[in-house]
Design a protein around this ligand. Structure first.
Ligand code: ADP
Length: 473
C-alpha cells in the first residue's frame, strides 16, 4: 500500500515539477523580453533627447556665425517668446565669462547650476543630478569663435516619466503573464501528460489482471508519446503470441503426458486388485515402462533447452554402430509389426564411432519413431549406416507420407508439426532434439522427401570427435 502511495506521489511530483519548469521558463523569457525592451526604449529616448539638444546647438552656432552675438541673442529671444525654451535651459557665456543670456524653465531650482562653469572634458555632454533624486539635467555645449559658449540643457524628467509608466505597465502585464504561465503549467501537467497517464494506467491494469489482450489507447498520430504507446502495444501483441504459443506447447505436453499416465494408472489399478503374482509383476513392468515414457518426454524438453544453451553433457565412448542400431530398431519392432511395417537394417559389421551411446540411440530412435509413425501399413523402413572415412552416415528411409516442400525448412524447429501430422501423437520435439544432439556431437542432419513417396533422413557424425568440440552455442 505504501509503495503504491509513493509511486503515485512520485508521479504527481514529476508532473508538478514539469509544470513548474514550464511556468518558470515562460515567466523568465517574458521577463527577459521586458528587460531588453526597457533598455532599448531608455536608450532610444536618451538618443532622441540628445538629438533635440544637438539640433538647437547647431541652429544657434549657425546664427552666431551669420550675425554674431547680437544675432544670436535675437534668435534666442524670439525662440523664448515662441515658447521653445519652456522645457529647455539655454545659457550663453562670453569671452569674459559673463553670462549674456540665461533662461531656465520653472522648477529647475533643484539643479545645482553652479557646476555649469566648471571645465568640461572632451565630451559635449554633461549631466547634473537633481540632488533630491529623480531627474537628471543633460547638458550639451558648443564653443563658438571669440570665446563664446552656448549651453543647452534638458531635464530627463519627461523621459523618466515615460519609463516609469512603462515599468508600471510591465509589472501589470507581468502579473498577467505569471497567471498565464500558471494556467499553462497546470494544462501541461494535466492534458500534456495524459498519454503518459493512459500508458501508465494500461500497464498497471495488465500487471494487476495479467491479461495481455489489454491495449494502450493510441490515436495513431506521429506524436512521440503516441508512438511509445504503439510500441508498447506491439510488444504486448508479441508477448501475447509468445505466451499463446507457450500455452499451446504446454497443452501438447500435458496431452502427451496424460496418455501414459492414464495407462500407468490403469495398469497399477489392475495389478493392485489381482492376486496373481505373475499378473502383478507384468503390471508393474508396464507401469515402469509408462513412467519411463513420461520421464522421456520431460527429459526431451530439458535436453533441447540444454543443447540450445550449449550446456548438454556428452559421455563419449567408442560405440559399436551395429549394436546401437539394433537397440533402436528393437524399440519399435513390436509397433512396426502391429502396423504391418517392415524394418530392414544395413550396417557394416565392426563399424565404430566415438559418441555418447545413449544420445546416439536417442537420435536413431527418434528418426525411427517418426518413420514408423508417418508410414502406413505395408510400408518399408530401412535403417542404414555407412563408413565415409572419417565420418559415419546414418540413413533412415521410409515409404511414408513424405513432407511437403513448404514444411521442409521448419521441421527441425522446436514444436513445429506439419499440418497433416497434427493427428498423430507427438510433441514436435523429436527432430529438434535430433538436430540438437547431432550438432552437439559436431555432426550435421539432412532430409530429402517427396510427398506420397517417402522421406530419407540423414545424420553424419565425425568418427572421432576432437576433444575440443563443444556443444553448439
Ligand atoms: P512430431 O512429434 O510431430 O513427430 P518431430 O519434431 O519429430 O515432431 O517432427 C516434426 C514434423 O516433421 C512432424 O510433425 C512431421 O510433420 C514431420 N516428419 C518428421 N518425420 C517424418 C517422416 N518420417 N515422414 C513424414 N513426416 C515427418
Amino acid at each position: 500500500m505504501s509503495s503504491r502511495w509513493s509511486e503515485s506521489s512520485f508521479r504527481h511530483a514529476f508532473a508538478w515539477r514539469l509544470g513548474l519548469w514550464y511556468a518558470a521558463l515562460f515567466v523568465a523569457s517574458a521577463a527577459a523580453l521586458a528587460v531588453v525592451t526597457y533598455l532599448l526604449l531608455a536608450r532610444a529616448l536618451e538618443d532622441q533627447d540628445h538629438e533635440v539638444l544637438q539640433s538647437m546647438l547647431g541652429r544657434y552656432a549657425t546664427e552666431y556665425a551669420r550675425a554674431g552675438l547680437p544675432g544670436l541673442r535675437r534668435l534666442l529671444e524670439s525662440d523664448a517668446s515662441e515658447g521653445q525654451h519652456e522645457r529647455l535651459m539655454v545659457r550663453v557665456v562670453n569671452q569674459q565669462a559673463e553670462v549674456v543670456y540665461f533662461a531656465t524653465p520653472p522648477g529647475w531650482a533643484a539643479f545645482d547650476l553652479s557646476t555649469l562653469d566648471q571645465p568640461r572634458g572632451t565630451s559635449p555632454w554633461q549631466s547634473i543630478a537633481d540632488p533630491t533624486g529623480g531627474a537628471v539635467l543633460e547638458l550639451g555645449s558648443v564653443d563658438l569663435p571669440y570665446g563664446v559658449t552656448v549651453q543647452v540643457g534638458r531635464s530627463s524628467h519627461v523621459r523618466d516619466e515615460l519609463l516609469r509608466r512603462f515599468r508600471e505597465r510591465a509589472l501589470q502585464i507581468g502579473a498577467l503573464i505569471v497567471l498565464i504561465a500558471a494556467v499553462g503549467g497546470v494544462l501541461i501537467t494535466t492534458a500534456g501528460l495524459r498519454p503518459i497517464r493512459e500508458l501508465d494506467a494500461a500497464l498497471r491494469e495488465i500487471l494487476r489482471t495479467g491479461r495481455l489482450d489489454a491495449r494502450v489507447p493510441a490515436r495513431g498520430s506521429d506524436d512521440p508519446l503516441d508512438e511509445l504507446g504503439m510500441l508498447v502495444n506491439e510488444m504486448l501483441g508479441r508477448l501475447q503470441t509468445l505466451v499463446g504459443g507457450m500455452r499451446g506447447a504446454l497443452d501438447n505436453v500435458a496431452h502427451d503426458l496424460r496418455t501414459p499416465l492414464t495407462r500407468f494408472r490403469n495398469v497399477a489399478e489392475a495389478a493392485i486388485v489381482s492376486d496373481d503374482r505373475a499378473a502383478l509383476k507384468e503390471g508393474l513392468g508396464q507401469a515402469l515402462e509408462e513412467s519411463e515414457r513420461v520421464n522421456a518426454t520431460l527429459t526431451a524438453l530439458m535436453d533441447i533447452s540444454q543443447a540450445e544453451t550449449g550446456t548438454m553433457r556428452l559421455d563419449d565412448e567408442l560405440v559399436e554402430v551395429p549394436v546401437v542400431v539394433e537397440q533402436a530398431v528393437a524399440l519399435f519392432a513390436d509397433e512396426a509389426e502391429d502396423r504391418g511395417l517392415q524394418i530392414v537394417t544395413d550396417v557394416p559389421a565392426g563399424l565404430k564411432v566415438v559418441a555418447d551411446a545413449t544420445r546416439l540411440r536417442q537420435v536413431l530412435a527418434n528418426l525411427l519413431e517418426n518413420a514408423v509413425k508417418y508410414t502406413s501399413a505395408g510400408g518399408r523402413i530401412r535403417m542404414a549406416a555407412a563408413d565415409q572415412g572419417d565420418h559415419v552416415t546414418f540413413t533412415v528411409e521410409d515409404t511414408g507420407s513424405g513432407i511437403a516442400a513448404e514444411h521442409l525448412p521448419f521441421i527441425w524447429d522446436r514444436l513445429y508439426r506439419a499440418e497433416p501430422s497434427r493427428s498423430a501423437r507427438g510433441l514436435g520435439l523429436g527432430l529438434s532434439l535430433v538436430k540438437a544432439i547431432v550438432e552437439a556431437h559436431g555432426g550435421t542432419v539432412g532430409v530429402a522427401s517427396t510427398p506420397g513417396v517417402g522421406s530419407t533422413f540423414t545424420v553424419t557424425l565425425p568418427k572421432a570427435r576432437p576433444a575440443a568440440t563443444s556443444p553448439r552455442a
